[in-house]
Design a protein around this ligand. Structure first.
Ligand SMILES: Cc1cc2nc3c(=O)[nH]c(=O)nc-3n(C[C@H](O)[C@H](O)[C@H](O)COP(=O)(O)O)c2cc1C
Length: 182
């Protein structure tokens, strides 16, 4: 699998995409997580050390990233109930595509472990939906900026989030412009 794949899938460098990560441990486990690529070669995630996902990945070194565009599925994954898998695999029913990944780097800190991984396999139907929250946060900021009483503190907070999850995006530029005007 080459770096072309992530570019073809429309990944942007260091943008954070919300996905459902599935792992094998004491049975199958699913959890919503954010992933990013620093170089179009590797997929990274920062996982809480206390999570089952972290434990499972450190043990098996293999995990699956499911691309999902259904908040109800995210909710089910968050509770880890009502999820259906494709056969015996780690692929979720309802995912528009998936990446199978193998860990190739581990950086430990106090509460979070940063995992870097390389792509072993990909499958997807047509265009997969990459869920990044910046677009919705920017829209929310725009709405807030039109209210009679403007919640500037909230807009500033969302701006910080947007800078983190979609660096150098038009969403960052637009919200910066909104802040300069209010
Ligand atoms: C949309 C979304 C994104 C999340 N991103 C992360 C993340 O990047 N890293 C992380 O450790 N937890 C993240 N979480 C929290 C985990 O999903 C949560 O801690 C979960 O309970 C871990 O489950 P596990 O113990 O089965 O692994 C996220 C939650 C949601 C809803």
């Amino acid at each position: 699998m080459t770096s072309n794949l992530l570019k073809k899938l429309n990944f942007k460098r260091n943008w954070i995409y919300e996905v459902i990560v599935t792992t094998n441990g004491d049975g199958r486990n699913a959890a919503p997580m954010g992933i990013y690529t620093p170089d179009f070669e590797h997929i990274c995630l920062n996982v809480y050390k206390s999570s089952e996902t972290c434990r499972n990945i450190l043990n098996s070194k293999i995990f699956v990233v499911n691309f999902v565009d259904d908040i109800e599925l995210f909710y089910s994954a968050s509770l880890d109930t009502d999820l259906e898998y494709v056969g015996n695999s780690l692929v979720l029913n309802g995912a528009s595509g998936y990446l199978e990944l193998e860990v190739n780097g581990i950086e430990r800190s106090d509460t979070v472990t940063k995992l870097s991984s390389r792509i072993i396999d990909y499958s997807g139907e047509g265009e997969i939906y990459l869920l990044n929250r910046a677009k919705f946060l920017a829209l929310e900021c725009l709405i807030m900026s039109t209210k009679p009483v403007i919640a500037k503190k909230q807009i500033l907070e969302y701006y910080q989030v947007i800078k983190k999850i979609a660096p150098r995006s038009r969403y960052e530029r637009i919200v910066k412009d909104i802040i300069d005007r209010i």
